[in-house]
Design a binder for this molecule. Structure first.
Ligand code: ADP
Ligand code: ZN
Length: 518
C-alpha cells in the first residue's frame, strides 16, 4: 500500500540518506516484508545489500545475514554501525567476551542485523541462541556458493537449509550476483524455495568493453595495455601468488605504480596495499581472485586477466569490478590454451565429478576466447539472458569477421541432436556429424544414423561453433538439470519446419588471426 511505500522511503532517507530506490529494490523489499521467500539476482554494485538491510529495520527482531567472507561481513557491519544501525557479526575473529555481547544483544532483540559465517551458523550453541531469539528473516548472500556449479562452491552452504529449519519457519531471501540457469535451479532446490519469486535484473553493463588477446608475450602485452590507460586505476588478476609478486614487480620496474595483493601476504602489508589502491596512492593492484569481493571503488577503469579465469561466472564477477561509476571501462583477457590445461591439472586429484565440472567450465572459457561472436552477447547468454543484438563495442564487434549463411549447418546440428535423442553433449554430437571415431559412437551405433559424417568436410571445432551459435540464437539449449546435454528448443523445431537464411560468424583461426589484429 502507499502507506508502506511512504514508510519505506522515509526509512531509506532517514537511515541511508538516499532519495530513491534503485531498480527492483522497492518491489523486493515489499515482497520480503510480506514474509515471502525471495530470490534476488542482481549484478555486483546494483545494490543488493539494501534489499535485506532495509526490511530488517522495518521489522521486529533480528535478521540473520549469512555471508561467506569475514572481510565482507566486517565491511558491511562497519558501514551499518556508522549509519547508527545496530548490526554485528558472529565469526571466528571475535573474542569470547565480544561474542557474548553480540549474543546477549541478539537475545534481547536489540541487534537488527546479525551477520554470520556458515561455519558459525552450524555451531550447536549458536543454533540454540537463534532458536531463543526473535528472528525476522534469513538472508543468504553470495547464494551461488550453494551450488557445485557456482564459482565459489562452499560445502558448508549445503547445510544452511537444515539449520534454518531447526531455527524456525522463516522467510528466506537468497541473493547472488552471478547465477547461470543451472546454478539458479540448484539454489532453489537446495533451499527448498522453488516457490520463491525471482527478481532478476539485467546483467548488461553497457560501459564495459571486453577484449581477448592470445597470450604471446604477456608482460609486453600488459604494459602496452596499461599504458593506454596511463594513471588510471586498474586490477590485474593472476592465478598464483608467485605470479602476482612477479608481475607487480615487473610493472614497478617499468614505472607503473603497482602493488601486489594475495592471501599469502602478511595481513598488514596486504591491507596497506588495498588501502593504497582505494586511496589512489597506487594505480594498479596485481592480485589473485582473493581481491575484490566487497571492494567498492567506483572508478576502476580496467580489469586484466593475465591468466585465464576459472569460469565465465568468475570472469564476469571479476570484470564487473570495473566501471561501477558507469563510465567506459576496459576488460582484457590474455588467453592461452596452456593456461586452461594448467587449470585442469590443478584438479587432477579431485573426484571425477569435480574434474568434469571443471572441464565443462573451462571449455566455456576456451570457447569464449576463440569465438568471434560479440563478447557481451556471449556472456549475457551464458547467464540465461535473451539478447538479440550485439554490443557494438567489444573487440569482436569492432573487427570485421567472415560471416556465412549458416542455414544448412544449423539444420544438420538440429538433425544430429534429434537423432542422438537429445541425450548427448556437444563433443559427441560433433563426433557424429564429422564421423570422428569414439567409444560412444561405437557403443550407441551412432555410425548408423542418417546424419553420421554428413558434416565431415569441416572439423569438430567448426561444428562446436555452429552448435554454440545455435544456442545463442535459441535453436538449441543446454538441459537445465544436466548442462552437458544439448536439446532442441521450440524455436529450433520451428526452424526445422520453416528454415530461413541466417548469418553466423567464423571463429578465429587461433591464434594467428588474432595476433595479426593486435
Ligand atoms: P551489491 O551488494 O549488489 O554489490 P551494494 O549493496 O554494495 O551492491 O551497493 C552498491 C552501492 O550502491 C553502495 O555504495 C550502496 O550504498 C549504493 N546504493 C544502494 N542502493 C542505493 C540507492 N537506492 N540509492 C543510492 N545508492 C544506493
Ligand atoms: Zn560486442
Amino acid at each position: 500500500s502507499t502507506k508502506v511505500q511512504f514508510a519505506l522511503k522515509d526509512k531509506l532517507k532517514e537511515v541511508f540518506g538516499y532519495n530513491q530506490f534503485r531498480g527492483n529494490q522497492e518491489v523486493i523489499i515489499t515482497h520480503i516484508l510480506e514474509r515471502k521467500n525471495t530470490f534476488v539476482i542482481m549484478p555486483t554494485g546494483a545494490g543488493k545489500s539494501l534489499c535485506y538491510q532495509l526490511p530488517a529495520l522495518m521489522q521486529e527482531g533480528t535478521a540473520i545475514v549469512i555471508s561467506p567472507l569475514i572481510a565482507l561481513m566486517k565491511n558491511q557491519v562497519d558501514q551499518l554501525q556508522a549509519l547508527g544501525v545496530n548490526a554485528s557479526f558472529l565469526n571466528s575473529t571475535l573474542s569470547k567476551s565480544e561474542a557474548n555481547k553480540v549474543k546477549k544483544e541478539t537475545l534481547e532483540g536489540k541487534t537488527k542485523l546479525l551477520y554470520v559465517a556458515p561455519e558459525s551458523l552450524t555451531k550447536e550453541a549458536n543454533i540454540e541462541l537463534l532458536q531463543k531469539s526473535n528472528i525476522s528473516f534469513i538472508a543468504i548472500d553470495e547464494a551461488h556458493c550453494i551450488s557445485e556449479w557456482g564459482h565459489d562452491f562452499r560445502p558448508e552452504y549445503r547445510r544452511i537449509k537444515q539449520i534454518i529449519e531447526a531455527i524456525g519457519d522463516l522467510p528466506i531471501i537468497a541473493l547472488t550476483a552471478t547465477a547461470t540457469p543451472k546454478v539458479r535451479a540448484d539454489i532453489q532446490k537446495n533451499l527448498k524455495m522453488e516457490d520463491a519469486n525471482i527478481f532478476l535484473s539485467s546483467f548488461h553493463r553497457d560501459n564495459l568493453y571486453y577484449e581477448v588477446h592470445p597470450k604471446k608475450d604477456p608482460k609486453v602485452q600488459l604494459i602496452k595495455f596499461i599504458r593506454q590507460h596511463q594513471n588510471k586505476s586498474g586490477i590485474v588478476y593472476c592465478l598464483s601468488r608467485k605470479k602476482v609478486e612477479e608481475v607487480a614487480e615487473f610493472l614497478r620496474i617499468n614505472g607503473i605504480n603497482a602493488q601486489p595483493y594475495h592471501a599469502g601476504m602478511e595481513s598488514g602489508t596486504r591491507m596497506a596495499n588495498q588501502d593504497a589502491f582505494l586511496n589512489e596512492d597506487c594505480d594498479v593492484i596485481v592480485a589473485t581472485i582473493a581481491f575484490g569481493m566487497g571492494i567498492d571503488k567506483p572508478d576502476v577503469r580496467f580489469v586484466v586477466h593475465y591468466d585465464a579465469p576459472k569460469s565465465l561466472e568468475g570472469y564476469y564477477q571479476e570484470t564487473g569490478r570495473a566501471g561501477r561509476d558507469g563510465l567506459e571501462s576496459y576488460c582484457m583477457m590474455l588467453y592461452s590454451p596452456e593456461d586452461v590445461a594448467k587449470l585442469e591439472k590443478f584438479h587432477k586429484d579431485k573426484s571425477v565429478t569435480e574434474r568434469e565440472n571443471v572441464h565443462i567450465l573451462l571449455q566455456e572459457i576456451s570457447y569464449y576466447a576463440n569465438s568471434s561472436v560479440c563478447r557481451t552477447r556471449q556472456l549475457l547468454h551464458y547467464f540465461g539472458e535473451k539478447v538479440d543484438h550485439n554490443c557494438g563495442h567489444c573487440d569482436n564487434c569492432k573487427t570485421k569477421h567472415t560471416r556465412f549463411n549458416a542455414k544448412d549447418k544449423i539444420l544438420l546440428a538440429l538433425e544430429a541432436t534429434f537423432e542422438t535423442e537429445e541425450r548427448f553433449g556437444i563433443n559427441h554430437i560433433c563426433d557424429v556429424i564429422t564421423a570422428t571415431p569414439s567409444d560412444y559412437v561405437d557403443s550407441y551405433h551412432h555410425n548408423e544414423l542418417n546424419c553420421y559424417g554428413k558434416g565431415k568436410d569441416e572439423d569438430n571445432q567448426y561444428w562446436e561453433s555452429i552448435i554454440r551459435q545455435s544456442m545463442i540464437h535459441g535453436f538449441l539449449t543446454k538441459d537445465v538439470d544436466n548442462v552437458t546435454i544439448i536439446k532442441v528448443t521450440e524455436k529450433g523445431k520451428e526452424f526445422q519446419k520453416t528454415p530461413f537464411d541466417i548469418e553466423f560468424t567464423q571463429d578465429y583461426q587461433w591464434p594467428s588471426e588474432l595476433e595479426a589484429l593486435n
